[in-house]
Design a protein around this ligand. Sequence first.
Ligand code: NAP
Length: 331
Amino acid sequence: MIGATGTIGRATVRALLRHGHEVVCFVRPKAAKDPAMKDPAAKDRAADDSTRRFLGATVRTGEVTDPTSLARDGLRGEHFDALVSCLASRTGTPKDAWAIDHQAQRHALNAVKAAGATHAVLLSAICVQKPLLAFQHAKLAFEKELMASGLTWSIVRATAFFKSLSGQIDRVKKGKPFLVFGDGTLTACKPISDDDLGDFIAGCLNEPMRHHRILPIGGPGEAITPQQQGEALFQMLGQPPRFKRVPVALLDVIVAVLSTFGRVEPKLAEKAELARIGRYYATESMLVWDAAAGRYDAAATPSHGTQTLLDHYRGLLSGAVKNERGEHAVF
Ligand SMILES: NC(=O)c1ccc[n+]([C@@H]2O[C@H](COP(=O)([O-])OP(=O)(O)OC[C@H]3O[C@@H](n4cnc5c(N)ncnc54)[C@H](OP(=O)(O)O)[C@@H]3O)[C@@H](O)[C@H]2O)c1
């Protein structure tokens, strides 16, 4: 498993173990030092990585960007049945996206093939169906290589995660308005919880209907717009709804200015790409795209699981749950 320390990676490790698989997580050395990597049940920190445990799985450390490290430190000449990847660039910048979402995935695929694996499950994103951003092109390029790899493959194109839709809870609790782009109904999504998505990804290994398939997947229930998310939140807090409506044209100006200055200053070019990512999510739904009809189709977007975004909001408000956003999460 690669990408095991991410939001969905952690949920997928838990699900793989629940499904009865033996799991080896290949993580970077810095991640292995994270206290969250320690199994609360394991009091002794062993010096040898191979005996380290993460949520009950074996942890090995090395560089996923380096084929030698993958073979030497990760696979160690042993046989593996499958690769499960929740790896993803943490920044979304073009350089990082091509290095991680494409090149590192490709190294991992080649390494597990050499170790005897016959199946690979990839967590991708539903937004690659309408690719406008560098990270989407990088993901698509690897999807293509995986499909041509000769292995049994499953590509999970997930809709929006709960963490990406929960960022405004604190500001609303402080009495600030809920921010929406346009009238708040420009986009919709069928959010899926970390554990429901982890369960779906783990299920790809044993469920033949999910083999050799691109699998768009959302959570249970109807699609929800940002306006509806805000209204639900105010209702739960017992406050009258207050929205601040941001025109999309403002994002266009920011993208244009950063792109212009980005031609001479690489740091601003990266910021321009992040602004383009923001604009994309402000205007594109995370639902199956019906190219013939030229619209997003909530009914055609499959659902999995039982946990809803509104349950998650209730849990966050009561303190019963926390978002696993990670250190550098941008999405
Ligand atoms: N957010 C959404 O709403 C949404 C919706 C649909 C699909 N998606 C897609 O879902 C995927 C996973 O998302 P997530 O939120 O679970 O990701 P995440 O929390 O950012 O986790 C990324 C994982 O990749 C690893 N990684 C990143 N850069 C690395 C590097 N240079 N070397 C080694 N490992 C590296 C991270 O390891 P470290 O812990 O060591 O950094 C971590 O395990 C992404 O492809 C995203 O595009 C997201």
